[in-house]
Design a protein around this ligand. Structure first.
Ligand code: FES
Length: 90
């Protein structure tokens, strides 16, 4: 979690190969967190991001909703990158 009070926000990061993909933990369907438990953001086969609320599926690379209740919308990206093996936000 980052920030405090009404300005607090949560994000998650998916690593695919040597690339990181960061998103706000906020589903575009009902503006709810995607996960019920820590680190449960992926579909069972590990190829898509999955919202556990109503099972919408999102493409890892750009957060586009591919199937489910928010078809055509996308997760809000958070710029992240690796620098000397460390994750950097921004
Ligand atoms: S809140 Fe994510 S699919 Fe409904």
């Amino acid at each position: 979690m980052f920030g405090q009070g009404v300005n607090a926000w949560r994000m998650f990061v998916v690593r695919k190969g040597d690339r990181l993909h960061g998103y706000l933990n906020l589903c575009p369907h009902y503006s709810m967190p995607l996960n019920h438990q820590p680190n449960m953001f992926m579909s069972r086969d590990g190829t898509r991001i999955m919202c556990r609320q109503h099972l919408a599926l999102f493409r890892v690379e750009d957060g586009t909703c591919l199937d489910g209740a928010c078809d055509g919308r996308a997760l809000d990206p958070v710029p992240v990158r690796l620098e000397q093996g460390q994750m950097v936000i921004g």
